[in-house]
Design a protein around this ligand. Structure first.
Ligand code: PLP
Length: 361
């Protein structure tokens, strides 16, 4: 029996990727802000209808670049229910992560808890659009405005999402995304920063390229080497042509899982902002960790490998952050399982997986 993993990359046919590779081989330009990086940057921005996009090596570095370019140092309020990269990006830039607990329904950071976590040292808020489900943008931006804080969205799950007629990437001082192999759009590894501020965008591009001035005669920023290679940009450009198909496919499979599983009243699902989500993950919340473990085992017996994601809650990583209790995030993290969901997953497999779960309950 074949193994089914939680995700697989959405990949364009190899001959279409090879057309871009051919350009790299013809020009001999492998990297250095080359033409394909610039094309990828432009085409993704156009697809989303946003003006400024700086492509970097991965989503973690995109978050770090946003912090660095904004020149902030201090406490950054963020979600404990995320991937470790959200916290590590903050720490790598010499800032301090301060957690605000989540809303148990949407799984996104709770604005009321953000306000309660503000201190004189707070410089920014880094909310996460968890599983591509948009945060409470208006409430977050009102708090930021009132307390003069920057907002950097971790939009690593949010490729393709719209909110109120605009791309989700048009919100915040900077929105950062990931083009990792597991994401809606992938370049193997990759990430991007979006901002409406053209000057900030130019600064991010200087930092990405060692801190050189535009004319390359001087070093004007504390920069580094954050640029994506032409090989990765090639993969991203080829895959971009399949983004809409991937989004449509994801929603169809998400809905099938939902229809099949919601007959069992002990199962809970993320409360989705229906106008602003890309259905990129299918998390199921069980009534207890014991039930989750039983279901996970039943799936594994059928060669289906779901993933406990996000688990554990980030505030419990005591070796890197002082433990502060986050009861909702810790509780949800202990009971949530993401089911396989990807472009090449067969609808029959979605049905089969749902039946295994219902049978194990
Ligand atoms: C919420 C979140 N933030 C940040 C990242 C980091 O992105 P990358 O893997 O591209 O560095 C990831 C995922 O992989 C993520 O899930």
């Amino acid at each position: 029996m074949k193994n089914i993993y939680v995700t697989m990359p959405t990949l364009a046919p190899l001959n279409e990727v090879n057309e871009y590779f051919q350009k790299v081989w013809d020009s001999g330009v492998m990297t250095h802000n080359g033409p394909l990086l610039q094309q990828f940057e432009r085409e993704v921005a156009e697809w989303h209808g946003v003006s400024n996009h700086t492509v970097v090596v991965n989503g973690t570095i995109a978050l770090q670049l946003a912090i660095r370019a904004l020149g902030i140092k201090g406490e950054i309020i963020t979600s404990p229910f995320s991937f470790i990269a959200t916290t590590s990006a903050i720490m790598y830039e010499g800032c301090v992560p301060v957690y605000a607990d989540i809303n148990p329904d949407t799984l996104n950071i709770d604005p009321a808890k953000i306000e309660a976590a503000i201190t004189p040292n707070t410089v920014a808020i880094m909310p996460v659009h968890v599983f591509g489900n948009t945060c409470e943008i208006e409430a977050i931006e009102a708090i930021a405005k009132k307390h003069n804080l920057k907002v950097i969205y971790d939009a690593c799950h949010s490729v393709g999402v719209q909110y109120k007629g605009k791309s989700i990437f048009a919100y915040g001082d900077v929105s950062c995304t990931s083009y990792h192999a597991t994401k809606m759009l992938n370049s193997g590894e990759g990430g991007g920063c979006f901002t409406n501020d053209a000057e900030l965008d130019a600064k991010m591009k200087r930092i990405r390229f060692f801190g050189f001035s535009e004319d390359k005669t001087n070093i004007v920023e504390e920069g580094s080497n954050l640029k994506m290679t032409e090989v990765h940009a090639s993969v991203g450009l080829a895959n971009l042509k399949y983004l809409q198909a991937a989004l449509d496919d994801r929603k169809e499979k998400y809905m099938l899982y939902k229809r099949m599983l919601e007959v069992n009243p002990t199962l809970h699902f993320q409360k989705i902002n229906e106008d602003s989500c890309n259905y990129s993950y299918f998390p199921v919340i069980f009534d207890s960790e014991e039930t989750l473990l039983r279901v996970e085992k039943a799936l594994q017996a059928e060669h289906v490998f779901a993933r406990r994601y996000f688990y554990p809650s980030l505030n419990t990583f005591k070796d890197i952050v002082p433990y502060v209790e986050m009861p909702i995030s810790e509780d949800i993290a202990s009971r949530i399982l993401c089911l396989p969901l990807y472009y090449t997953l067969a609808m029959e497999d979605v049905e089969r997986i749902a039946k295994i779960i219902l049978g194990a309950l």
